[in-house]
Design a protein around this ligand. Sequence first.
Ligand SMILES: *Cc1c(COP(=O)(O)O)cnc(C)c1O
Length: 389
Amino acid sequence: MSSKPELAASRPAIDFIDLAAQQRRIKPKLDAAIARVLAHGGYIMGKEVGELESQLSAFCGAKYTLSCSNGTDALTLVLLAKNVGPGDAVFCPSFTFAATAEVVALRGATPVFVDILPDTFNMDPASLEQAIAKAKKDGLKPCGIIPVDLFGQPADYDAINKIAKTNNLWVMADAAQGFGGEYNGRKVGSLADVTTTSFFPAKPLGCYGDGGAVFTDDKELFDIMASLRVHGKGTDKYDNVRVGLNARLDTMQAAILIEKLAIFGDEITERQRVANRYNAGLKDVLATPAVPANMLSAWAQYTLVASSEAARTTLQAKLKEAGIPTNIYYPRPLHQQTAYASYPTATGGKLPVCEDLALRVFSLPMHPYLENETIDYIVENVRAIAATL
Ligand SMILES: *Cc1c(COP(=O)(O)O)cnc(C)c1O
């Protein structure tokens, strides 16, 4: 069998995400960009920050881009600008990174957890409608929806925006994983009232530290967030018109992101190549990711579904022996986490799809620089292990 340790030992280590390969590709440009910031010394809100914001708006088709300190603060800036607080219900999928619901709970509002669709891992519109009814019954005031583009794939914005409109709710897309994706020919960043993303190093568009951004066409919202980003400033930061944050993106990170954004479109194409090759090699042995024809995923992760929790354990252990790293996103849905277990769910209890998938999903190495030969080695090993299950 191809997963023999001696074969693994003869191969270079396989990275789950290879940031070094990307760095080698653009190293001279990164060095020059960093040197320019060191030379001009405008470390806070230097000119690269505004340049990046313009380039991001042009890339995704949003009228306004506000860069900020990280993807979590991006979500918080929007909730602060919209005055979300106690008594308000905000609807989030339970199968996501904690930040999506954390920001809601920190404002004193109530995250209401929604189940996901079994094939796309994204918010289930039917469960969302159930959650809205549940929140009203509980005496909460529904105010907004936070769909997540899990693993890079856009949520079903047509269905979600329609439900939002009927119920007079805003939609904030948490595109920390989805930036670079498309839905009906439109880029993520222009699919909801407001969209947030993260530039955490491991995200599809990552910097070398923390960073994030908010995208919107709403000028009033943008202006309030621009004030909130710098301590609620009015004419300047010593004129404080509202209680705000220090939530700026560093100039150095903006300069780095400008160089990475220049190759981002090409990297998305390369991620699609990797996903296509995995799909072709694995679709007859395991449940491979389903991306509807009207969507393009940013492929933050390539996630498979094993037939059972035991099958997943075996697959992960044997892949590890063959030198192939895997990860589980996410081992436990938020409504089952200690910090969030007391918040309501769409059903008032279990969210069966999230709970089932948390036991069976696992992700394979995914990055734009994964070579075909390495993908084939991974595919061959997954196939060989799956055949024994
Ligand atoms: C990474 C992530 C965030 C948080 O981004 P940070 O930049 O780490 O604060 C929020 N939501 C989702 C879905 C994420 O994957």
